[in-house]
Design a protein around this ligand. Structure first.
Ligand code: HEM
Length: 161
């Protein structure tokens, strides 16, 4: 495959990865967590959350790797590393930050302590634990959507300054 075709392929993978990943985050944030919060049985609420979000976590892990690899490949292909020193490319910083936060949570913090800590918090005070869970998801989803907006407009030459 010619290099340009490989670049286009990486871009396709990047976007498909983002659809599966951020689309899933949107579903968890706007549908799953609010639905779970409306359940009065707090044990059932936690059990369902475990079952559903853990399943999504596997998908998220796979697409995080695909999105990261394709993103870094495109940066290398375009020799675009200097964008990281240019504030006009704030969306490159934001994309990388979003990727870094999810990678840290999924691959390091969750297995290390977050999973255990959340189940303890949910057992102690389920309402509060799920309220904070939703807040954090809203923040991450908002950052992701701003990154997508900036990247789609920025790659087509739109200047935000
Ligand atoms: C390691 C992390 C990432 C790197 C290094 C990276 C890098 C890149 C590069 C180099 C491009 C092409 C830019 C151009 O053609 O000038 C791109 C496009 C794009 N990226 Fe990322 N990216 C990363 C993560 C993400 C994440 C987490 C998101 C979503 C939240 C995202 C969303 C997008 C979008 C929407 C495009 C534009 C696609 C298009 O319209 O063709 N990227 N990325």
């Amino acid at each position: 495959m010619r290099n340009v075709e490989l670049f286009i392929f990486a871009r396709v993978l990047h976007v498909i990865g983002i659809v599966l990943w951020i689309g899933g985050v949107a579903f968890v944030t706007t549908v799953l967590i609010p639905a779970l919060r409306s359940l009065s049985d707090t044990r059932k609420r936690f059990e369902l959350f475990e079952k559903l979000e853990r399943r999504f976590a596997l998908q998220a892990k796979i697409v995080t790797v695909i999105t990261g690899l394709s993103g870094f490949y495109m940066t290398w292909f375009l020799n675009a590393w200097s964008r990281y020193t240019d504030p006009a490319f704030w969306w490159m910083h934001l994309m990388t930050l979003v990727w870094f936060i999810f990678t840290l949570v999924l691959f390091v913090l969750e297995p290390a302590f977050l999973h255990r800590w959340f189940s303890q918090q949910a057992a102690k005070d389920s309402e509060n634990a799920f309220k904070w869970l939703q807040r954090l998801h809203v923040i991450l989803l908002t950052l992701s959507l701003i990154a997508i907006m900036g990247a789609v407009a920025g790659t087509r030459g739109f200047s935000f300054f």
